[in-house]
Design a protein around this ligand. Structure first.
Ligand SMILES: Cc1ncc(COP(=O)(O)O)c(C=O)c1O
Length: 359
């Protein structure tokens, strides 16, 4: 007799994050996890230095943080549920809404955690091929079955950088059965805000009771290490998640830093502008006969090579110089690398190393 986990769990390939080490490299340039190259929001750090009380339990309801989020974005405070990263909210949504055999739909090349969390609940992940690496909403609709419970739409999408337009999403939601929850993952929304035809999920979700919007503090706010994210949910979904979540799921430092970061408009603006400038610069530098650089509205570029071997050899070449980018095999794009936008100098070094590799 052996101690056995739930059999569905053994079917999960554990998530592997972006690399952060390269043996022997004098300097590491980490372009593998879409982090903010400017570091953490200075206002978040300032708030932490003023108010760090580790001996006390945090506020289990994240009252001040939810108030600050609601005020900033014109949302209803009671519909906000905070988590240790938006990962935790994805996990809670699956736990609460997915039972054995229920289907969770998402685009084939999108965030890996949707499938992982669906499986932990005995759910069936269903991956729907994109059109030109953009989530294909008609194809997702055509794949809905009586067992479908959740559709995840990452907007902009990780790792492709593409996005779906507001009218398309509205039409999609209206054609989707009302008992299916649409989850718009807005992890990279701030970066897309300069795109004329992009709209973030909040405006769409405000008057509806069938859409959840996910946000994270890990990307533009530079707080990935603290673990903070939230969902803007229909009232009934917020009530359900509040029953599912742990009593103190968001740490006190994360709450304090999150409030500080939300007031850091100058940092956000600087990060958005820098990202656009260097994303465009990098895309131009890398576009060549041998590389396809996909259009991106986020803080990374997906770059496709002629073969998976060439992509992997290039990744190794970069790693030898301490430049870490993400191999896309786990995302079913083995011929591609995802390169986060770093500082200007980091992008110059990365592009020079790629050009050197290509000869
Ligand atoms: C699309 C998407 N959603 C969610 C997350 C998770 O973010 P967090 O750090 O808030 O858990 C990521 C992180 O890479 C992401 O790319």
């Amino acid at each position: 007799m052996k101690i056995q986990p739930n059999p569905a769990i053994l079917d999960i390939a554990a998530y592997v994050g972006g690399e952060s080490k390269a043996d022997g490299a004098a300097r590491i340039i980490k372009l593998s996890s879409n982090e903010n190259p400017f570091g953490a929001s200075p206002k978040a750090l300032e708030a932490l230095s003023r108010d760090l009380h580790l001996e006390k339990y945090p506020d289990g309801n994240c009252t001040e943080l939810r108030k600050t989020i609601a005020k900033k974005f014109g949302l209803e405070e009671s519909r906000i549920v905070c988590g240790a990263g938006s990962d935790e909210i994805i996990g809670m949504l699956c736990k609460a809404y997915v039972s054995l055999g229920d289907e969770v739909l998402y685009a084939t090349h999108s965030f890996l955690m949707y499938g992982i969390f669906a499986k932990t609940c005995g759910g069936v992940p269903v991956e729907i091929p994109e059109k030109n690496l953009t989530p294909d909403l008609d194809a997702i609709l055509a794949s809905v079955t009586p067992k479908t419970k959740i559709v995840f739409l990452t907007n902009p999408n990780n790792p492709t950088g593409s996005y779906n337009k507001p009218a398309e999403i509205k039409k999609f939601r209206e054609a989707l059965r009302p008992d299916i929850l649409l989850i718009l993952d807005d992890a990279y929304a701030e970066y897309a805000s300069l795109e004329p035809s992009y709209e973030n999920g909040f405006n769409f979700a405000k008057g509806r009771d069938d859409v959840v919007v996910l946000r994270t503090f890990s990307k533009i706010f530079g707080l990935a290490g603290l673990r903070l994210g939230y969902g803007y949910c229909p009232a009934e979904v917020a009530d359900v998640l509040n029953r599912v979540r742990g009593p103190f799921n968001v740490s006190a430092p994360a709450q304090v830093a999150g409030i500080g970061a939300l007031g850091d408009d100058a940092f956000i603006e600087r990060s958005i502008n820098h990202n656009k400038e260097w994303r465009e610069w990098t895309a131009k530098e890398l576009a060549s006969n041998r590389l396809k650089v996909w259009p991106s509205a986020a803080n990374f570029l997906l770059v496709s090579f002629d073969t998976a071997d060439t992509a992997e050899n290039c990744r190794q070449h970069l790693k030898g110089k301490g430049i870490l980018v993400r191999q896309m095999g786990a995302y079913k794009l083995p011929e591609s690398l995802r390169i986060s936008i770093g500082t200007g100098e980091e992008m110059q070094l990365a592009c020079a190393a790629i050009k050197e590799f290509l000869g």
